[in-house]
Design a protein around this ligand. Structure first.
Ligand code: FES
Ligand code: FES
Length: 154
């Protein structure tokens, strides 16, 4: 499953998941940064875990559930609460790291809506941002978590 839809296709066995997404499926939200597993710009969620799609071969996701940044949005198709929080907190500057940060944040918030600051820092530890200094990103994830707790209490 890819972003909630079943996908069946033949792919060259040697290509990465990142190449499959970008070059074969037109899903260019996952970014090629270092392409050696160090920057997190290519992060996607596979079976609930954040992975670097530049390090995973495309055939490895056969039969698994993959979510990319294109699969993260509000019910109306616009930005969701985490994406809005990132903008509101000034956590999107050049934006190159942002898709990966969203994926790391979503994977964390799927596990807990009450993450500690340390847990947030750990969750985004594999995602490099050259622009923000990270404080805004951590604050945005905290804010999104708090909003989801409020929503859940309604
Ligand atoms: S592009 Fe995959 S970790 Fe940097
Ligand atoms: S906003 Fe530029 S790298 Fe993070």
């Amino acid at each position: 499953m890819l972003n909630g839809s079943a996908v069946a296709l033949d792919v060259p066995s040697g290509i990465t998941l990142l190449a499959l997404l970008r070059d074969h499926l037109g899903l260019t939200g996952s970014k090629p940064g270092c392409e050696i597993g160090e920057c997190g710009a290519c992060s996607v969620i596979v079976d609930g875990q954040v992975v670097n799609s530049c390090l995973m071969l495309a055939p490895q996701v056969h039969g698994r559930t993959v979510i990319t940044i294109e699969g993260i949005h509000a019910p109306d198709g616009g930005p969701n609460d985490l994406q809005r929080a990132l903008v509101e907190h000034g956590a999107v500057q050049c934006g190159y790291c942002t898709p990966g940060m969203v994926m790391a944040g979503e994977a964390l918030l799927a596990r807990t809506l009450t993450p500690t600051r340390e847990e947030i820092q750990t969750a985004i530890a594999g995602n490099l941002c050259r622009c923000t200094g990270y404080h805004q990103i951590v604050a945005a994830i905290e804010a999104a978590a708090a909003r989801r707790v409020q929503e859940a209490a309604r």
